[in-house]
Write a protein that binds this ligand. Structure first.
Ligand code: ADP
Ligand code: MG
Length: 321
């Protein structure tokens, strides 16, 4: 679907922002680019719709070089959602959403229907919101309009550059849930940039970890957690809020000391001590007992029975979510 072939970007001042990227994003995939500030995420994203020109190599979309597309055709077939809310303040919500359909000369009736459909899709009642100005909406609602606008002309691909990072945690989580649901139903290819690992693990079918304009690892959330390619990835994963938190109580209260285990009963599986509670439960559903590893060393064991006991004693509603 989107295929990077030695794609590089050197800016005029000599900065090598992106160095020879080679990877493929599949059709219908939710693909997340993550990395620290300056690692080349935005540059990579903007090369896809030619907001930034590639200096070396190329990108193919559906087998055709992006340089062979008419630039307007290319831009219109790729929805773009930015971090900062980028609605036109003097235009109504309806007009903001209709920008690309207008450029594509859709007829008035088709546009009106599409706007209604999109407002409903992003959870805003059309009658209430279509005539409002952006300033009459909350930040979260405005960002929903940003998503609706990107979807307006039914693009095959949507690229999103840290779209939720300016929002408060609750609104942000709600929008994450919604975009996941939306993607499942409309099956678009989404390329999503974030610097938040938790967001990446939640949303991504696959995650691409970048550093200094290069790819460190691409994998599913599970692959990154269980087979990090190096310390850099490990550390990145370790930064997930709550990963340590959710496990800490297990370490304190459930972990069986290594010496208490009969060597004949050695567990087969080992999980890192940074695993989420949810993952731990998943593994324990197939195995009576698992080892817990910290920095390459087994620090103890968890068995299903003591875990269940612990949860029964401590379970609050929604705690495993
Ligand atoms: P990220 O989105 O991961 O924070 P960017 O892709 O924006 O990273 O930037 C990657 C590198 O390219 C950084 O070192 C940044 O300073 C540099 N860069 C970005 N845009 C330009 C530009 N227009 N001119 C020169 N250097 C740039
Ligand atoms: Mg950026």
């Amino acid at each position: 679907m989107i295929q990077f072939e030695n794609a590089s970007k050197q800016f005029n001042d000599g900065t090598n922002a992106v160095k020879s990227l080679n990877f493929t994003i599949n059709k219908g995939e939710f693909f997340v680019l993550i990395g620290p500030s300056g690692s080349g995420k935005t540059t990579t994203l903007k090369m896809i719709n030619r907001l930034i020109d590639i200096s070396d190599g190329t990108i193919f979309i559906n087998g055709k070089k992006i340089s062979d597309y008419d630039i307007h055709e290319l831009r219109w077939s790729i929805g773009y959602v930015l971090q900062q809310i980028a609605l036109f303040p003097h235009m109504s919500i309806e007009e903001n959403i209709a920008i690309v359909p207008e450029m594509k000369n859709w007829n008035k009736e088709k546009i009106r229907k599409r706007v209604d459909e999109l407002l409903e899709m992003v959870g805003l009642e059309p009658e209430t919101y279509r005539h409002r100005k952006p300033s009459e909406l909350s930040g979260g609602q405005q960002q929903r309009i940003g998503v609706a606008r990107a979807l307006a002309a039914e693009p095959e691909i949507i690229i999103m550059d840290e779209p939720f990072s300016a929002l408060d945690p609750i609104t942000r989580e709600k929008l994450q849930d919604d975009i996941l649901k939306l993607q499942k139903s409309i099956k678009k290819t989404i390329v999503f940039v974030t610097h938040d690992m938790q967001e990446a693990l939640k949303l991504g079918d696959r995650i691409c970890i970048m550093k200094d304009g290069q790819i460190v690892q691409i994998g599913t959330p599970d692959e990154l957690i269980y087979n990090p390619t190096n310390e850099y990835v490990k550390e990145f994963i370790g930064k997930v809020d709550g990963a340590d938190e959710s496990f800490k109580f297990i370490i304190e209260e459930v972990l069986t000391n290594i010496t208490d285990i009969d060597s004949n009963e050695k567990p087969i599986g080992v999980i890192p001590n940074t695993s989420s509670l949810k993952k731990t439960l998943e593994v324990l559903s197939n195995q009576e007992q698992i080892g817990v590893e910290k920095e390459g060393e087994i620090i103890g064991y968890i068995d299903r029975q003591s875990m269940i006991q612990h949860l029964l004693n401590n379970m609050k509603e929604g705690e495993t979510e």
